[in-house]
Design a protein around this ligand. Sequence first.
Ligand code: NAP
Length: 270
Amino acid sequence: MTIERRRLGRTGLTVPVVGMGTWKTFDVRGRDKEKARHQLTEKALDLGLNLFDSSPMYGEAERVLAAGLGPRRKEALVATKVWASGPREGMNQIEFALGLYGWVDLYQIHNLAMWRTHLPALERLHDDEKVTAIGATHYSSASFDELEEVMKTGRITAIQIPYNPRQTEVERRILPLAADLDLGVVVMRPFGEGTLLRRPPRPEALRPLRHLGVTTWAQALLKWGLSDPRCHVAIPATASQDHLVENAEAGASPWFGPEERQLVAGLATA
Ligand SMILES: NC(=O)c1ccc[n+]([C@@H]2O[C@H](COP(=O)([O-])OP(=O)(O)OC[C@H]3O[C@@H](n4cnc5c(N)ncnc54)[C@H](OP(=O)(O)O)[C@@H]3O)[C@@H](O)[C@H]2O)c1
């Protein structure tokens, strides 16, 4: 299985279509739990699923991820975030992350928090080649007007947004604008924080997708999002090696056409 890679808009990065989130799953402490996450990180790298998303908001996640990457840091693309209410706190977070990773491939402003304050600091680090690309995230459609404003400044080259069959607000203005501006698009919450997986459809309902390489509901949901060419990488979070493999298996063509997307959307909203 070879994971497909896509150009992440005009960030200069080429990313696997499936990466990995670290919210909750990597916020762990203690030898056994941390070791399990380190093994998961290595497994992700082995599978070619080498983009990892984190944030200082995720407790221990940045630290646990860095330890998991260890000497294989160069094989990874690290997308982390600044999430701070002032410039000093922001710089502390950035210095901490650069200490862990050496450089950051995609530095995102988490939930647009104080973006006017943090953008100049990230731009300086971009000039110093410590940050490859700058992005912004928001999980809530209530903030999409502000996200559009940031996108239009021309100062970011990527966005991270929620997109799954039950959360499609980005289709209205955010995805078309991202395509117009050639921005990279990172898809958070492909499983709606796991809620979309709680009551999966019966296996027979997925039969029409089998010839497209889909054998599970999680794969159907991932392919649903990734079949929109304006989306470049989905970052499901998991603490399970089996789920990691299952998610990786959704990361290659053939992609869905309108009929298959409609089928999955119908099953997800039934
Ligand atoms: N504002 C922001 O910037 C923002 C907001 C939200 C999220 N994010 C980022 O996006 C990432 C993804 O979002 P998310 O973590 O909220 O939710 P998600 O990826 O939609 O769902 C995660 C849940 O799905 C389960 N799961 C994963 N693969 C599975 C599979 N193959 N089969 C069954 N269950 C599976 C996981 O449980 P198991 O451990 O059991 O697999 C976990 O409970 C986050 O980790 C974070 O990095 C960013």
